[in-house]
Design a protein around this ligand. Structure first.
Ligand code: CA
Ligand code: CA
Ligand code: CA
Ligand code: CA
Length: 375
């Protein structure tokens, strides 16, 4: 599969015809790409080329050239070796370029029917970002943040993340964001917008909270050591001092996630049979510590959990599992739940949705580019 699909048409498909062979909601005509790099693809040899103004039927070789841009591409040598004496004839066959397979409702088999799949020929819905628009994306989100944040919030970023830093981090982790979003079939803009918000708002109070959680685990460890001492030593040394404040959890790491939230989301997914970690018990301090430290220190783990917490929250809100076709209201509800409940969470959801729209716009451009390359 080279990104070019040749549809062997056993029935005639007419320009603007209403037939929908695979009943996926797109007519056969709609599943065929009409314009590829200067070629206008006529529907069928039968249809009047004059009437629709089509200029020529691409050959298989033309379709391959659109994909490879070079006659030296190894694919040509490969096909020559495979096709042998049929090579020349096959290269000259008339060829229709598809947006999606008119004989399959789900062309790429990713579970999303063609009509709703933004990438009909790729087992995914998200593609990688492109550095070329990083500055304009930054300018757009920075303007929004500037309007949303008060003076104090805007200027408290010494030692923490400026909007520029946040955008850099999101680009740096683009592969993991893309992969995890494709795993759960959510728009990657959801993960990107949450990360932007959480990173941008990260301040000294978060660090202090993390510090006290750390002290609590140090205490737990000392306490365990103490309990294993002979009674006489115990009597002489006395138990370790409990830290005050005694804090068992904090929102931590890039996505500012509580260990409790991560454990709840993980266990929910585990019980659904999803590919996540074993069941964890929040009340067991060692298990809680393991997750909390991973959230704090392992950025990739934290980003994966952002995605999982989003879909876990969506389920809690009774939203459908068809995340890729959420409308604005559903997307906002999912973003809101990430923050919790109440008016502050609603405000968070509304504000974060603004970044979502910017990221989604640029992501769509990446998808468009990929589709052009695929066809
Ligand atoms: Ca169809
Ligand atoms: Ca189809
Ligand atoms: Ca699909
Ligand atoms: Ca797809």
């Amino acid at each position: 599969m080279f990104g070019v699909v040749v549809f062997q048409c056993h029935t005639f498909v007419y320009a603007n015809g209403k037939n929908d062979t695979d009943s996926d909601g797109l007519t056969d005509w709609e599943e065929i790409r009409k314009n590829i790099k200067g070629f206008l693809v006529p529907m069928m040899i039968e249809s009047s080329t004059d009437k629709y103004g089509y200029t020529g039927i691409p050959k298989f070789v033309d379709a391959l050239m659109c994909r490879t841009h070079s006659a030296d591409d190894p694919i040509f040598e490969f096909l020559k070796s495979k096709l042998g004496s049929d090579y020349d004839d096959i290269m000259q066959l008339p060829c229709l370029i598809l947006n999606s397979d008119p004989t399959k409702a789900d062309s790429d088999g990713d579970g999303i029917v063609d009509k709703r799949d933004p990438l009909t020929l790729m087992y995914s819905i998200n593609v990688r970002m492109n550095d070329s628009y990083k500055d304009s994306l930054y300018n757009e989100v920075d303007k929004i943040i500037d309007a949303q944040f008060n003076f104090l919030k805007k200027n408290k970023n010494i030692g923490f993340y400026s909007t520029k830093n946040c955008v850099d981090i999101i680009f740096k982790y683009d592969k993991i964001i893309t992969d995890i979003s494709n795993k759960y079939f959510i728009h990657k803009a959801a993960v990107q917008s949450i990360l932007l918000r959480e990173l941008r708002c990260c301040d000294v109070t978060d660090e202090i909270a993390d510090y006290w959680v750390e002290q609590q685990y140090i205490y737990q460890e000392k306490m365990e050591e103490y309990q294993n001492l002979p009674w006489i030593v115990k009597a002489l040394t006395g138990p370790p001092t409990m830290p005050i404040p005694y804090k068992t959890d904090s929102s931590t790491g890039y996505g500012q996630i509580f260990a409790r939230t991560a454990i709840d989301a993980n266990n929910w997914a585990n019980k659904k049979g999803m590919d996540v970690e074993k069941l964890y018990n929040y009340d067991n301090w060692k298990e809680r510590k393991e997750i909390w430290e991973k959230l704090k220190n392992d950025n990739e783990y934290n980003i994966r959990m952002v995605a999982l917490v989003l879909i876990w929250g969506a389920a809690e809100k009774g939203l459908s599992e068809e995340y890729w076709c959420y409308n604005d209201y559903e997307t906002k509800t999912m973003l809101t739940r990430y923050n919790g409940f109440g008016n502050d969470a609603i405000k968070y959801g509304n504000q974060t949705f603004r970044y979502y729209q910017v990221f989604d716009k640029y992501n769509q451009m990446d998808i468009e580019r990929t589709i052009m390359k695929l066809n």
